[in-house]
Design a protein around this ligand. Sequence first.
Ligand SMILES: [Zn+2]
Length: 269
Amino acid sequence: MPEGHTIHRLAQDYAARFTGTAPRVTSPQGKFSDAADLLGGAVLTATEAHGKHLFLRFRDADWVHIHLGLFGKVGFGAAPAPPPADTVRLRLANDTAYADLRGPTTCALITDAGKRAVHDRLGPDPLREDADPGTAYRRISRSRTTIAALLMDQKVVAGVGNVYRAEVLFRHGIDPYRAGRDITPAEWDALWADLVELMREGVRNNRIDTVRPAHTPEAMGRPPRVDDHGGEVYVYRRASRPCHLCGDAVRTAGLAARNLFWCPTCQQR
Ligand SMILES: [Zn+2]
């Protein structure tokens, strides 16, 4: 499942290619055809992301709401667009570029009210200017649920996925099994500020890097990480490998339906 930085990056990538143009909107697969017809000749006026939800605005208030889910993907290319595969749910194409969306969980045309309902279900997103981390802390500070599970709950914080939750808890030495209500305001402020910084860098680089300058492969004289997710990390998918800080084995366990990774030595707060 892509994390929030990927969706914000997609919002930027769609905007760079289509804002201010009236792309041809089609659904080669057919499932979005009726909505695509309604968008004929409409100008794409804005794009936006909130957590793992992507919104493309046409005209004043026609929104295409996209959630990639586990299998969704977007591919961009330069015009002229080749004949589409019949798995493409939504194609946008103008004189300079095209974008193909395949396999999303959601691709629907919604109104402003429908969009507001999506926002209302989501917690603050560290990548949005309007995010209020206090809203998240009110939920966290009342909860007996573990901080590792709360960070993955999109109603609490939107956009954080399995990689960022593991890495931000490591960076702050926090035991992932601590209850939310035991997280102090100062700890939450630090976690939030770090998420903002890490996720912004994720949007810029289109990948997740979480190691501090002292722990890069160059600084430590170690080989770079080899993983199809890319990026340098402390614990994510490093089960039973030595921790970059203390050398003890990184551990893994199931938590909130996903594998959690952490260092039991470094994360005792
Ligand atoms: Zn360690």
